[in-house]
Design a protein around this ligand. Sequence first.
Ligand SMILES: Cc1cc2nc3c(=O)[nH]c(=O)nc-3n(C[C@H](O)[C@H](O)[C@H](O)COP(=O)(O)OP(=O)(O)OC[C@H]3O[C@@H](n4cnc5c(N)ncnc54)[C@H](O)[C@@H]3O)c2cc1C
Length: 404
Amino acid sequence: MDLKSGYPYWAIKNGLMHAFPPLRADLRCEVAVIGGGITGALIADELAGHGHEIALIEQRDAGWGSSSASTALLQYEIDIHMIDLAKRYGEADALLAYGKCAEAIGMLQDKARDIRDVDFACADSLYYASKRRHAGVLRDEFAMRLRHGFQVELLQHDDLRERYGIGAPVAILSHQAARIDPYRMAYRLLARLQERGSAIFDRTGIESIQATSRSVALRTTEGHTIRAGHAVLAAGYASQHWLKKKVAQNRSSYAFITDPIDDQALGPLKTTMLWESARPYLYMRSTGDGRLLVGGEDDSVDIPAKRDARVEKKARTLGKKVAGLFPHLPLAPAFAWAGTFAETEDGLPFFGVHPQLGPRVHFAMAYGGNGISYSMLGAGLLRASIEKRRHPLSELFGFGRLER
Ligand SMILES: Cc1cc2nc3c(=O)[nH]c(=O)nc-3n(C[C@H](O)[C@H](O)[C@H](O)COP(=O)(O)OP(=O)(O)OC[C@H]3O[C@@H](n4cnc5c(N)ncnc54)[C@H](O)[C@@H]3O)c2cc1C
C-alpha cells in the first residue's frame, strides 16, 4: 500500500536514522508486532517495558508509512464532537474517550521526556467556528467540556481578533495539546528497544497469518516463519487488508511546511495550534525550528497516482486559506505532500481482537485525525488484552461496538 506522495518533511529532515536488519531466519517470540510506525513502536515499547519478549517486523524502513506524513498535532479533541459522541454512546463514554485522549497527551509527554529530542512541546489548541451557523454547536461543545473539567475558554469575536488576529464568530481555546516529530519518536523508540535486546527487523513483509487458539504463525515475504504467542497488527491503514469487512474509509490528506518564520511574524501561532469547524478542516501548528505546518483539504482519493497529482494544487489552496486568515505571514511552501489516513464512522479507533482472526491476533487501528494519541492509549489497551486484563477502553475502542 502506497501511503504517501511528495516529500514528507519528517523523513527529509531526519533521514534514515538507524539501520535495522531484515529477518534472515525463522524466529520464535512471545509477541510479534507487525508495523514499524509510531503505533508499532509505542506498542512494542509498552510491551518490552513490561517484560514481554517482542519482535517487531516492518516491511519498509521504519517510520516510512503514514507516520512520516503525519502533521502530528496531539489533541484530546477527536474528529467527532464530545456532544455528538454523547448522543451516540452516552455521556459517560464520551467523557471516557475525551478524558483518556487528554491523558494520552501527558503520557506522550512523559515518553518524549524519557526518549528525548523528538521535538515535543506543549501547546494550546484553538478550535474556531468557520461559519456563523457553527457558533451554537461550539458553545454547546464548550459547555459540556467545561462541565467535565477540561481546561477550556470560550473566546468571542473581539477576543479572537485581539489575541489571534483572526475573524471568527467564536472559538474554544484548549490548554491541553502538544506537538511532536512522530517519525523521530518512532525511530528513537525502536533504536532503544534494539539496544535493550529486542528484535527489530525492517524490509521484512508479513505475507500470511495463521492463528489458532494457542499460537500464531506468520510467514514473511522471504519465506521465513515467525511463531509467536500473540501477534499485534500495527500495520496502519493496511491492517484492513486482513479483514473481510472494512471498518474504515481510506481518505487522503494534504500538507505543506514553510521555511522557518521569525517569532514575531509567527506570533501566537508559535504556541497555539489552530483548526476549524468546517469539514474537511484546515489546521496548522508550528515546529521547533519555527516553521508553520499546514494541513487539510482532505478528499476521498485512495489512488496514489491521483493523490500525487493533486499535491501541488492542494498546497496552493491550503496556502490561500492561511493567507486569508493571516495575510502578513510569509507562506512559501518548502515541502508539500499527501498521505493516506482512515476514518471510522464514529471517529473512534479499533484496538483489540477480531472474531475473524481469533484471540491471539490484536489489531491496532489508530484511525482518525487523532491517531497518535489513540496509539498511545492503544499500547496500554493491547498490553492488557495480551495479559488477559480488562482495560477501561476495551469496549469503546473494540470491534464489539460495531454490534451495539
Ligand atoms: C497527512 C496526515 C496528517 C495527520 N495528522 C495527524 C495529526 O495531526 N495528529 C495525529 O494524532 N494523527 C495524525 N495523522 C494520523 C497519524 O499520522 C497516524 O495515526 C499514524 O501515523 C499511524 O501510525 P501507524 O504506525 O499506525 O501507521 P504507519 O505509520 O503507516 O505504520 C504502519 C507500518 O506497517 C507497515 N506494514 C504494513 N503492512 C505490513 C506487512 N504486511 N508486513 C510488515 N509491515 C507492514 C507499513 O510499512 C508501515 O510502516 C495524520 C495522518 C496523515 C496521513
